[in-house]
Design a protein around this ligand. Structure first.
Ligand code: AMP
Ligand code: MG
Length: 376
């Protein structure tokens, strides 16, 4: 299966990039809980020699390079087509490694680290000179995380170096939660893909800047704002843009905004004010009817609880998970965003979810993926 698929990608690459730009990407399946040492050793060698390896973490798949190798790090930006001012997260495999990349780790950071690592939380720290500017997009701070996935930990440990790794997707596309997603975006452009099955959380890590007082949330993720506040014993700042809103978005009126994590299909996000789930469903049905009149094909991204309400009106749906289990919604989010492009519909209309815990990460990604936000 994979090879048939991969062959297609080669052809596309040949047309777009010219023959010299590709390489044979090795795809190696590993046991995600007890990864085979020989395969990890092979991948680690690629990293040490300055190559690029995509690997599973508990959040999404990462595209890794030796964090101290300037050329290797630059290759990450090139293959992803990532803007050079968007810094990478440096992944470490034990607490000692933090001192190889960061200086003066503040007390608040230690508090978070002790509770949340290994896990899906990234902290912004003062960077050591040895970390190339390419990693940090020219900043003098560095984002650091100790992941909780056995494959990620063993890869970093075996390579013996911190690994700089953004998500292993093309810039602007939904992040990969399976090796197949990585193959689709990056096959032929990187040295190796470690296939460790599906990632656990399905959304990227929470990023918090503890160098500010009070700390500032830069990106919501699996570790909720409430948990961070409970650990450090103070409120943190959650800017509107960290919730996923672009400045142009005005409540009650639709706003066009910068897209990210995006499928090609336009998405309308119908956001319910707390307690107005019924208004949300009504609005979605209304848009669906209007679009149908215009002979446009639509799909509704719905919670399992509301699926029947659309289906009984003949509206096509994709179920993203239960609104009572936001971890399930998070796990399905990027798969659904990739899938809707394959449905050949003109437009997708999405429900919204509660902003508690991982829900804020879901809403941030949905807002950034959508072309239009309607508040009801
Ligand atoms: P990704 O690697 O795709 O998960 O993206 C990494 C995220 O971490 C991006 O949102 C970056 O903007 C953020 N980030 C990385 N390093 C820094 C830093 N030094 N200061 C602020 N944000 C950072
Ligand atoms: Mg990313």
């Amino acid at each position: 299966m994979v090879f048939v698929f991969a062959t297609t990608i080669i052809i596309i690459d040949k047309q777009e990039n010219g023959e010299n730009d590709f390489m044979l990407t090795r795809v190696a399946k590993v046991n995600p809980i007890q990864p085979e040492r020989t395969l990890i050793a092979e991948a680690a060698e690629v990293i040490v020699k300055g190559g690029l390896v995509a690997f599973p973490t508990e959040t999404v798949y990462g595209l890794g390079a030796n964090a101290f190798n300037d050329d290797a790090v630059r290759k990450i930006f090139a293959v992803k087509n990532r803007p050079p001012d968007n810094p990478l997260i440096v992944h470490i495999s034990d607490l000692e490694m933090i001192h190889r990349v960061a200086l003066d780790v503040p007390e608040k950071a230690w508090k978070l680290i002790e509770k949340a690592w290994p896990g899906p939380l990234t902290v912004i720290l003062k960077k050591r000179r040895e970390v190339p500017k390419a990693v940090t997009g020219g900043l003098d701070t560095v984002a650091v995380r100790l992941p909780g996935h056995p494959v990620a930990i063993e890869l970093i440990e075996t390579a013996g170096t911190p690994i700089a790794a953004p998500s292993a997707n093309l810039s602007g596309r939904p992040s990969p939660i399976t090796a197949e997603h990585v193959i689709k975006d990056l096959w032929g452009k990187i040295d190796m893909i470690i296939d460790g099955g599906e990632t656990f959380f399905g959304v990227e890590s929470t990023v918090v800047n503890v160098l500010h007082d009070p700390p500032v949330l830069l990106r919501p993720g699996p570790v909720g704002v409430e948990e961070i506040e409970a650990i450090i014993g103070e409120k943190i700042v959650v800017p509107e843009w960290a919730r996923g809103y672009a400045e142009q978005t005005v409540p009650e009126s639709p706003g066009m905004k910068y897209r990210h994590y995006s499928p090609v299909t336009p998405i309308i996000l119908v956001e319910a004010y707390p307690g107005n789930r019924e208004g949300m469903i009504r609005k979605i049905k209304e848009i669906a009817r209007e679009e149908k009149k215009k002979k446009r094909k639509i799909v509704v991204i719905t919670s399992s609880e509301n699926n029947r309400l659309y289906e009984e009106e003949g509206i096509r749906t994709v179920v993203i998970g239960s609104s009572k289990n936001l971890y399930e919604v998070a796990r399905n989010l990027y798969r659904v965003l990739r899938e809707i492009d394959e449905l050949e519909v003109d437009i997708a209309i999405s429900e919204s979810f509660d902003e508690k815990g991982i829900g804020l990460a879901i809403m941030n990604r949905l807002r950034k993926a959508s072309t239009l936000i309607l508040k009801v």
